[in-house]
Design a protein around this ligand. Structure first.
Ligand code: SF4
Ligand code: SF4
Length: 433
């Protein structure tokens, strides 16, 4: 029987827009803008300059330190320069490459039967990061400084609208399972646990059919109750293992490492085919887009190009929000000149029918936000003190332990922008440090 975390909400899933759309390929645009900050940590350092000729799959920026990641070119062509451009969270340097459309490729040496050390080394060299949105360098995560006895693939995909992980498991079952097996091998373990919500039963059936056809008993599927945020790391670990990760600690404090579905797929390509991470599968969705899709997109493709490939904005609708990510944890962006990165899992075009754009009203002290908070925090007080600039008191009410899941914002009858207030307060806290 599954352990069920406390709190959480049940937003409209809205996955029907894309869940049956098999993954297609978006051709590379004429120009790509490849960010040097596609991960948590220090931006990578460019190793090419204006005029450099590059191949598809060639290293164009080197990890700068341990918490950083290599960056590769998604096309062959000529580097036009390095520009400071907008990202969903600010600005970063981007390498601008003109695509020669020849797709001259270079690969790393494929590894047939790698050792755990070789797998971790390849993950690091190939620039693989957590592709669910966090962007933590995967090679660092796999070198746990604490004993680990359990490896979990986070296949919950609990954010409304997003279906790219479900499609990876459906359309690339063999490659995904291969990557998941490589990852548990890298940790020196004997099996992998896949946590997936029960609103994806066709995916579970597809996986089970494949595992039984191959006779694989080292891949254990846990079907979990659909409840947002089932895919938050601490909540997923509790659901699958019953272990509670202490506040402020990482999953390896309870002997667990968690990886994202796409990171497993990228591990397969990097190890078995020698292809580093320079493209990904993403969902383009919302009632504002003409043809919602799941597509392979090259890093550095502008949101505007992605929207055009999906038929543009639907006629007769009023798109009021463009979101990088899902509606609960995603970030609303101001325009389509931002480029896709390793962590762009979704572009969501929300119409006035879907998104709330009204004004928040004062807090009525109903405590609904506290009742749904999966971290058992006090969002109304965190918000009150964050807005007043009293960050120390906001921290006392739990600010640092907020996972920014958005459950409080979703449930608030006064439509208060709670999670946005917490993001800003945390940014101020980091600045103070
Ligand atoms: S306070 Fe943070 S963790 Fe709690 S519901 Fe709100 S966003 Fe989620
Ligand atoms: S849910 Fe909204 S109105 Fe109710 S206590 Fe929380 S912040 Fe205040």
């Amino acid at each position: 029987m599954q352990n069920l975390f406390k709190g959480g909400v049940h937003p409209d899933e809205m996955k029907e827009l894309t869940e049956d759309k098999a993954v297609s390929v978006m051709p590379c645009p004429d120009t790509v803008y490849v960010s040097l900050a596609q991960h948590i940590g220090k931006p990578a350092k460019a190793v090419v300059a204006a005029g450099s000729e590059v191949k598809m799959g060639e290293l164009i920026a080197q990890a700068d330190g341990v918490i950083s990641a290599n960056v590769y070119s998604p096309v062959s062509g000529v580097v036009k320069g390095v520009e400071n451009r907008p990202t969903p969270s600010g600005k970063s340097e981007h390498i601008v490459i003109e695509n020669d459309k020849k797709y001259t490729e270079t690969r790393l040496q494929p590894l047939t039967d790698p050792t755990p050390e070789q797998i971790i080394d390849r993950i690091t060299v190939a620039g693989i990061v957590g592709m669910g949105g966090a962007g933590f360098p995967s090679g660092v995560k796999m070198k746990s400084n604490k004993p680990v006895d359990t490896f979990i693939i986070n296949a919950a995909e609990c954010e409304p609208y997003i279906t790219c992980d479900a499609r990876i498991m459906t359309d690339y079952t063999e490659e995904f399972v291969s990557g998941a097996k490589l990852l548990y091998k890298a940790l020196g373990l004997k099996e992998v646990h896949i946590g997936i919500e029960d609103n994806k039963m066709p995916v579970v059936e597809r996986l089970n059919a494949y595992l039984s056809e191959k006779g694989f008993s080292d891949v254990v599927i846990h079907v979990l109750k659909t409840k947002y945020p089932q895919g938050a790391e601490k909540q997923l670990i509790y659901s699958v293992t019953g272990r509670k990760v202490p506040l402020g600690a990482l999953p390896n404090a309870v002997g667990v490492v968690v990886s994202n579905v796409h990171s497993a797929l990228s591990t397969h390509y990097a190890v078995k085919e020698g292809i580093p991470l320079y493209k990904r599968i993403m969902t383009v969705t919302g009632k504002g887009i003409t043809k919602p899709k799941n597509i392979w997109v090259s890093n550095g493709t502008l949101y505007n190009d992605v929207i055009e490939f999906c038929g543009g904005i639907k006629d007769g609708v009023n798109v009021v929000k463009l979101i990088n990510g899902g509606p609960m944890m995603g970030v609303a962006v101001s325009g389509g000149t931002i480029a896709c990165t390793k962590t762009t899992s979704c572009l969501l075009l929300m119409t006035d029918e879907e998104a709330f754009t009204g004004k928040p009203s004062p807090c009525i002290n109903c405590a609904k936000c506290a009742s749904v908070c999966p971290m058992r925090l006090m969002p109304m007080y965190m918000d009150l003190y964050s807005r007043a600039g009293d960050l120390d008191t906001a921290v006392k009410y739990g600010l640092s332990n907020c996972i920014e899941c958005g459950c409080c914002t979703f449930i608030c009858p006064a439509k208060r922008t709670l999670v946005q207030s917490f993001r800003l307060a945390k940014k101020q806290l980091r600045g103070r440090k």
